[in-house]
Structure formats: structure tokens, C-alpha cells
Design a protein around this ligand. Structure first.
Ligand SMILES: [Zn+2]
Length: 171
């Protein structure tokens, strides 16, 4: 009796995001963590302005650290939320039903959703929204930074790989 096992494991996505941002001096380890004012593991680095669409908007503020997480989370656009639209016919999902589907996603996996208008089925994360509510990991979150440059956003999405999404939340 013997067993064999063949695995393919991606081990460096999280590390890659950290290294990428550190090498560009966009983040440095936060050496003065504080639950209220500075809870993140990372804080802005000396070249933070290179990351921003409008560098002049950068100023010191509370909770402006960076979180890089491997744990799955629900990323909610909060005030930027709008119910997503069917990729085929652009009909928007019912908002209450959408929250039920997100709840399902967080606990059971991503559902495929049939459009009540045209009958097309698409995974929930493929429904269209400017700032989609999605569940996933790993993730990089810039807290309270002014808008990130589009080039950097594109690089981060590519680094994360797979079906990565950008969620700009406004609270
Ligand atoms: Zn449709």
C-alpha cells in the first residue's frame, strides 16, 4: 500500500505583492502600530507619491497604512456600491437579492447567477460594476490613500493574478 500525491501550489503571491511595493519604496513596515490610529502592518514609504494620481493630495493622516492579506474577505464598496449589471443585457441585479448572494459567496463559494431578464448565467464576480463587491484573497488594501495611479493598479491586478478586481470603497 502506497500513496502518491501531486500538488501545484502557488506560494508567492502575497510575498510578491509585498516585495513589489517595498522595492518601489511605496510601503515600509509600520514600526509604530496602534490599534486606533495606525493599525496596519505596513505604512506609506518614502516614494508614496509615485503611487498617486494626484501626488499633491498626500498628507499625513490617521489610518493611512496598507494591509496585505491572505485571508479571504468580502470587499464592500460601501457608498460606492451599486448593484452589478448582467454582462449580457446590462440589467441590474436586485439589490436585496445581491446581498443574499454575497453572503452565500462569503460562506460557500462564488455562485453563478442567472439573469432574470435574459436568462444568461454568469459567475457573480463577472457581473459588471465600476466598484464591485467581491469575495477573495489575497488582497492589498490602501487605507485612506488618494487615488492610486492607473498603471500601478494594473500592475497590482496582474501580480495578484486570476480574476483580480479593484474595489474603491467610500465609507
Ligand atoms: Zn441579462
Amino acid at each position: 500500500m502506497s500513496e502518491d500525491r501531486e500538488s501545484f501550489v502557488r506560494i508567492d503571491r502575497l510575498d510578491t505583492s509585498e516585495r513589489f511595493l517595498q522595492e518601489r519604496k511605496l510601503i515600509v513596515p509600520n514600526t509604530a502600530r496602534d490599534d486606533l490610529m495606525s493599525p496596519s502592518e505596513w505604512e506609506a514609504g518614502p516614494r508614496v507619491k509615485d503611487a498617486l494620481q494626484f501626488p499633491q493630495d498626500w498628507g499625513p493622516m490617521a489610518n493611512s497604512g496598507v494591509d496585505i492579506k491572505l485571508d479571504q474577505g468580502l470587499f464592500d464598496a460601501v457608498e460606492n456600491y451599486a448593484p452589478p449589471a448582467c454582462p449580457a443585457c446590462k440589467k441590474a441585479l436586485d439589490e436585496v437579492g445581491h446581498w443574499d448572494l454575497l453572503e452565500w459567496w462569503a460562506h460557500n463559494g462564488e455562485p453563478a447567477v442567472e439573469c432574470p431578464e435574459c436568462g444568461t448565467r454568469n459567475r457573480l464576480g463577472d457581473w459588471l460594476a465600476d466598484d464591485p463587491n467581491v469575495v477573495g484573497a489575497p488582497s492589498v488594501t490602501f487605507n485612506n490613500w488618494p487615488p492610486i495611479k492607473e498603471e500601478l493598479a494594473a500592475e497590482l491586478l496582474a501580480l495578484l493574478g486570476g480574476r483580480a478586481r479593484q474595489v474603491r470603497a467610500h465609507l
